[in-house]
Ligand binder design. Structure first.
Ligand SMILES: *Cc1c(COP(=O)(O)O)cnc(C)c1O
Length: 370
């Protein structure tokens, strides 16, 4: 099995295709070095506060935030934000779309002693479900992109929902790579280790005025909210370009570099064009290949940032991904709990189109020899 050497001229120049943490571009590391004087300095002083401010402004520009929307951040990554949601956004009851691991985990976080049982609309991995609209919920939550399956759901306000209900979207792997209208969401949250090619550990949330009002209302209510999970406190800190506790400065610098680059490419629309182009190469190759097929049946739901491709049972996908790994092409394994004979390839903004083409050539080379 072992011992397939992919010719160097076929190999991607950068072999990182993981869904997160994802490829960090060399220019981001240069940025880190240029600003190395900030590392090891107080996050309560102007240097780091200005950095937080530039990241917030960069996000505002990238997403074209309307007046009233605010960029809020805190520590703990997207998983921590699920608990922020349960503590600081859901008033009585939430409704969730669950069509993969991340949507399901978010729904589980809303099962708490102080909330009513969440309503969960489940559908098979590889599909995208939808709400009826008459669910009695004050938060509607779903992933923009389900990273475990490569299915992408639209960001549109739920028709028929109570007008005061908040639309809370997990955009961890989508943010920056899929174009959408931010006014269709009240909270669009993500962590920086995917399209933003930084390290994990922080969460960012684009919050509408209604979401800010909800956080204030719950913050002032009788509910016990641990300080770490208080969105109200995060909003107040973010307005001062601060976080409740110490943030990772290197993570912010890597993110700043990527944001500058993405805005320089032409913003969200341009970034989304690039991810779609790369994903399109993979989907059309898989459709033509006799041993491969896109996992997500409905082309409208095929993710432009996470491409999942089923491999025919006659070929062991694990053998394929192992050979790729031995050749320096890493993290093409499927989501661990999905349990399919599959490969999963991230086509985030920072991954070069040329490298996606090389990856295709490399996989063709290995498939002919397995
Ligand atoms: C990666 C991911 C998460 C988890 O992010 P962490 O920062 O590791 O908590 C959550 N949701 C989605 C959709 C993801 O892709």
């Amino acid at each position: 099995m072992a011992g397939i050497t992919i010719p160097v001229d076929l190999l991607p120049l950068d072999g990182r295709f993981g869904a997160g943490p994802s490829k960090v571009r060399a220019e981001q590391l240069d940025h880190l070095m240029t600003h190395q004087g900030l590392l090891g300095t107080s996050h309560r002083q102007a240097g780091v506060k200005d950095l937080v401010g530039r990241v917030r402004t960069g996000l505002r520009e990238l997403f074209g935030l309307p007046d009233g929307y605010e960029v809020v951040l805190g520590n703990g990554g997207s998983t921590a934000f699920w608990d922020v949601m349960a503590s600081s956004l859901i008033e009585k009851r939430s409704a969730h779309l669950s069509f993969g691991e991340f949507g399901a985990k978010c729904a589980t976080s809303a099962k708490t002693p102080w909330l009513e049982e969440p309503i969960v609309v489940s559908s098979e991995p590889g599909t995208v479900g939808s709400f009826d609209g008459d669910e009695p919920a004050d938060v509607f939550a779903w992933p923009h992109n389900e990273t475990s399956t490569g299915a992408s759901a639209p960001v549109t306000r739920v028709q028929g929902a109570d007008p005061s209900a908040l639309m809370v979207v997990d955009a961890t792997s989508a943010a920056g790579g899929i174009d959408f209208d931010v006014t269709q969401s009240d909270v669009y949250y993500f962590a920086p280790q995917k399209n933003f090619a930084s390290d994990g550990g922080l969460w960012f949330a684009l919050c509408s005025p209604a979401a800010i009002a909800r956080a204030e209302k719950l913050g002032a209510s009788e509910r016990y909210i641990p300080p770490f999970l208080s969105l109200q406190s995060a909003i107040e800190n973010s307005r001062l370009n601060q976080t409740l506790n110490t943030p990772a400065i290197a993570t912010l610098l890597l993110m700043e570099a990527q944001l500058n680059w993405m805005n320089g490419l032409g913003g969200l629309e341009a970034c989304a064009g690039q991810t779609s182009e790369k994903a399109g190469l993979l989907y059309s190759w898989a459709e033509k290949h006799e041993a491969l097929s896109p996992f997500v049946g409905n082309p409208d739901h095929r993710s432009p940032v996470i491409v999942t491709i089923d491999v025919d049972d006659s070929i062991d996908a694990t053998a394929l991904t192992s050979v790729l790994r031995e050749n320096g092409v890493v993290d093409t394994e499927p989501y661990r709990k999905l349990g399919r004979n599959q490969i999963r390839i991230a086509t985030f903004v920072g991954i070069a189109t040329d490298d996606v083409e090389r990856l295709i050539a490399s996989i063709d080379y290995v498939l002919e020899r397995l």
